[in-house]
Write a protein that binds this ligand. Sequence first.
Ligand code: PLP
Length: 398
Amino acid sequence: RKVLSDLVAGIEPSPTEETSFLANSLKRQGVDVISFAQGEPDFDTPDYIKNAAIEAVQEGFTKYTDVPGILELREAVVQKLKRQNNLDYDVLEVLIGNGGKQLLYEVFATLCDPGDEVVIPTPCYVSYVDQIRLTGANAVFMPTQEVNKFRPRLEEVQKIWNPKVKVFVLNSPCNPTGAVFEEEEMRKIMDFLVEKETFVVTDEVYEYLLYNGAKHTSPAALDIRYKPWCVLVNSVSKTYAMTGWRVGYAAGPKEIIKGMNALQGHVTGNVNSIAQKAVVEALSGPQEDIVLMVGEYAQRKDYIVNRINSINGLSCIDPDGAFYIFANVKKLIGKTFGRERIKNDKDVAKFFLNVAHVAVVPGIAFGYEGYVRFVFAKSLDTIKEGLDRIEKAILRLE
Ligand code: PLP
């Protein structure tokens, strides 16, 4: 009897987790591995947020809540979107989910039928592709260019669009490139997509992590005509160092949110009641911790960018957002280590792991070859040590 459904047999385990798995097995053998693989802050969740959760437990706030989230939290999201993003949403247009990840899947599942196309600018976040696959729709890659700092251009969108395209994904700041889209180009792209009645999923989970004076714009806020076509997805994971709490939120047209809510109601129900209380505090409480964390990230970014560009065989652009470096490793491809020839970015990552004991994720995992991704949400000492090791290892290549 066939065991796995075609849909599940067709998805791949997350390559970021695969890299972490390889790194962890080396660690278990006693090897001191430095990992730049996992995309999460190295900071702890701020105390005022933790305290709100502790209070929730002590007060017995430990039962099912409404599936779309407690009203207090949805109201906090509405206010945050107004204050931070200049967006007016009603509580019925907001859904609380188990991280941005669940909400992204729910948007795709709510909007897509088998055969529909969803366009994703690449390099892209690893989960989009398999989430889209699980709906029966087709994920279509739209490669962006390093010379454009990996920002999508209108011509690229026009070229790839066809009547099967129902959804377009915009992720700014972008994982893995750190690209922050320029408002002017975003307007042009949105004008085109809205004219073609294409829905736009805007993944804004890195909105606060900005450098070099970059500004974040929510596409839905740019023009009154765009909002009915946009579903915004955000989460507290990266901004408040809350990856383990699993809370995200989506905002969009009532009909779409209602569909996502119906799906969520049958799969997970509400998000953990205690975590919801903590997130009310995260969104409504003091925001100074974010500024401190971003200041730290900015210093690390400057260091890692300079350092990578000083190593023979590596180069990178200076990212305007998120906490990733998408480093060009094309000059290492074709080189040899002993009898082993480096054929692609996967081999570069393997070489870094096995010889330098440094874990990075190969570009192919993000739908884009010739690069590897470093996470710089690590201490400066760790970043320095990791790059020292890589520099030394590269000298051994012929
Ligand atoms: N979107 C992007 C671009 C991400 O990089 C991530 C996490 O790495 C997510 C969404 C999902 O994050 P979470 O489910 O923790 O909110």
